[in-house]
Design a protein around this ligand. Structure first.
Ligand code: FEO
Length: 171
């Protein structure tokens, strides 16, 4: 069983993960219309991964006898300055999600809720990867500078990402 405070905090995280999916879809929509289909593909795969994260929290709340309550999802921005700007926002957003996961871990430890702490360990590790992925892509943007050829190559490279629905099932 989880406490009602933990149930509320986990439900809030479901909302944050679904907002993440929404945010990345909004970024994909901008990239698609600007002609960066590869980067749009990357963001769509990212959005699907976020939905899988939400599902993981959903299943855990149920497993622990809690009740999933879905709240409204905030509207993400529609306009962005450039593809690089999008990945800067992506990194910033992942850092925000990391801080939320760490707050959940702190709550679990305060409550001596070791089952939830163990459940959250997967997300702690996942967030290290999420931030590293965005950071690596940003480094590539810095290498490219304003060169159109480099941007074209990076778009093609990011277009290779496959939607990995099983990615978040790895324990
Ligand atoms: Fe679910 Fe990208 O954190």
């Amino acid at each position: 069983m989880i406490s009602s405070a933990m149930e509320k905090a986990l439900n809030d995280q479901i909302n944050k993960e679904l907002y993440s999916a929404y945010y990345y879809y909004a970024m994909a929509a901008y990239l698609d219309v600007e002609g960066f289909e590869g980067m749009a593909n990357f963001m769509k795969a990212q959005a699907m991964e976020e939905t899988a994260h939400a599902q993981k929290f959903y299943d855990y709340v149920n497993e622990q006898g809690g009740r999933v309550i879905l709240e409204a999802i905030d509207k993400p921005p529609a306009e962005y300055d450039s593809p690089k700007h999008i990945f800067e926002l992506g990194l910033e957003h992942e850092k925000f999600v990391t801080s939320r996961i760490h707050s959940l871990v702190s709550l679990a430890l305060d409550e001596k809720d070791y089952a939830t702490k163990q459940f959250l360990d997967w997300f702690v590790k996942e967030q290290v990867e999420e931030e590293a992925t965005m950071d690596n892509i940003l480094n590539k943007f810095k290498m490219i500078g304003s060169g159109g050829h480099g941007l074209y190559m990076l778009d093609a490279k990011l277009g290779e990402r496959k939607p990995a629905s099983s990615e978040s099932d790895e324990d």
